[in-house]
Design a protein around this ligand. Structure first.
Ligand SMILES: C[S@@+](CC[C@H](N)C(=O)[O-])C[C@H]1O[C@@H](n2cnc3c(N)ncnc32)[C@H](O)[C@@H]1O
Length: 259
């Protein structure tokens, strides 16, 4: 990394895909104190929370909407090229036209195979703390601790324990399936601590529940998966490495759907 940056400080606190670094020539006292937000937030006098979905979605069922029929796109000319770049049509004496896009209420866009879906983010804890929390769980409590073991070619094993039970992101709501549509990959960005990223293992249509295999495997072959459904409880214990017995396999309190 460029030595002219204070690579210890990511001003975005990990909220951006790439760290926002401070140049070493900037004195630490002049680094502005502000809460970094990658998106607009509602401030005083703003009647509409910008993070809320306030535009209705289209009713397109195809995977790509057409200008003529898509209610989201109808207010504009073709805004993007087929390569996904903005169509730049600046002409003299014309105003820049706003862009309307499909949104979370539109059923038109499947999640494509290989697409990043979300992170399984939470408190990163040590083995002893993970075991302490695990042992403190009652038989009916859900287990959120994911243990990931990475085996380096040298024989070195790295263990990471992430618990989103008290502090965590949307990943905490994902259920286990032996026939999942997501798979987990440790990703390192700016830290030796891996981030647990979930990617689509196949194209996922609207309204499908998002699941991953807690044991770390991935198969989308139904015949193979059905054969291992009966060992779900044992697999779950294996997944957490440090031991978790799911007592009620019929428990479905919450699930995530693609909308
Ligand atoms: C990471 S949480 C998943 C979200 C959880 N269902 C919730 O509502 O918060 C893991 C817990 O969900 C439950 N769970 C996950 N997958 C399940 C499945 N396929 N069948 C029944 N329960 C499941 C188990 O209680 C497990 O300990």
């Amino acid at each position: 990394m460029d030595a002219s940056f204070r690579n210890v400080i990511d001003v975005s606190c990990g909220l951006e895909n790439v760290p926002v670094l401070i140049e070493n020539s900037v004195s630490s006292t002049t680094v502005p104190k502000f809460q970094y937000s990658p998106e607009n937030v509602q401030g005083p006098g703003c009647a509409v929370d910008p993070s809320e979905v306030t535009l209705s979605g289209c009713a397109c069922v195809s995977h790509s909407c057409f200008l003529e029929s898509c209610s989201c796109l109808q207010n504009q000319e073709q805004s993007y090229t087929v390569q996904g770049k903005l169509s730049i049509q600046h002409k003299e004496d014309t105003y820049i036209t706003p862009v309307f896009e499909c949104n979370a209420l539109c059923p038109c866009e499947p999640i494509q195979r290989g697409a990043f879906v979300c992170e399984y983010a939470g408190e990163v804890i040590g083995f002893d703390e993970a075991r302490r929390r695990q042992l403190a769980q009652g038989p009916k409590d859900s287990n959120y601790i994911i243990a990931v073991r990475e085996h380096a070619g040298t024989g070195h094993v790295t263990e990471t324990f992430i618990d989103p039970a008290e502090i965590g992101n949307v990943g905490r709501f994902l259920n286990h399936s032996c026939l999942p549509n997501l798979f987990m990959v440790p990703v390192r960005v700016h830290s030796v601590v891996p981030r647990l990223a979930l990617f689509a293992g196949r194209d996922i249509e609207a309204k499908e529940e998002l699941t991953f295999d807690y044991s770390g495997g991935y198969t989308d072959v139904p015949e193979i998966s059905m054969a291992i459904v009966c060992v779900y409880r044992r697999r779950l214990r294996h997944m957490t490495v440090i031991g978790s017995e799911v007592q009620r396999v019929d428990e479905w309190r919450l699930s995530i759907m693609v909308t």
